[in-house]
Ligand binder design. Sequence first.
Ligand code: FE
Ligand code: FE
Ligand code: ZN
Length: 276
Amino acid sequence: MIFIGCHLSVTDGYEAMGKRISDFGGNTFAWFTRNPRGGKSKPVIREDVDALMGYSSENGFGPLVAHGSYTMNLCSAKEETRSYGFDMLKKDLEIMEMLPGNYYNFHPGSHTGQGTETGIEQITEALNRTMKADMKTTVLLETMAGKGSEVGGTFEEIREIIDRLEFKDKAGVCLDTCHIWDAGHDIVGDLDGVLDKFDDIIGLSRLKAVHFNDSKNDRGSHKDRHEKLGQGFIGMDAMKRVAMHPVLQGLPFILETPNEDEGYIREIHTVLEWFG
Ligand code: FE
Ligand code: FE
Ligand code: ZN
């Protein structure tokens, strides 16, 4: 089985997102904890969040997968950007505790010339200063395309970050199909091999969510440009094999494809039809 949904806007509040994804036919979703470009998060209303939590359990939703801001860079060479990112992370994780049991996914960061080792050190330091032993949120590191100075473009880098965390049991990975394809992993020709590699390096028990995107570019391009399902270089047959792969069953799959509502509804139904 699958939990499927897409990225939604938080503009109308939390409960509204739950109802909206039901209307779309889905049973999980993602949202930006704040404006993806700017920094401010809307004040979170306790009653609204509680209503979403009730609604999602009544409707058998899978775990929800919040997305940290793109402007959050925990390993920028600029101290100011790092501390701004740290403040966002801290506040986002506080908000997430109002929705216990869900996931907070973010891009590990871009080291902007400092080198991967320094980047990994700064990311883990920020996480170790914000993650707590009793937190109810699982923090997910997203697998990246390896664009520019991105950290997390290899499974080894993701593993290295997790290895250095104090509370490893609160950490997991979100696998983005477009990103790993762009990073060079052949999920079209050798999906089993890619998942075996993930298992060897990170461990499949860490895999908590999937960003389900086709890619506008060919394998190894390091570009990170998402495409609609079946219209990119990965193609519908390979996307279907990913969704139906035995080791990925029961995970939340989030569409981040370039779509308006109608397109998301269509893609959600396409995926659901694979499962009958
Ligand atoms: Fe992302
Ligand atoms: Fe993604
Ligand atoms: Zn992406």
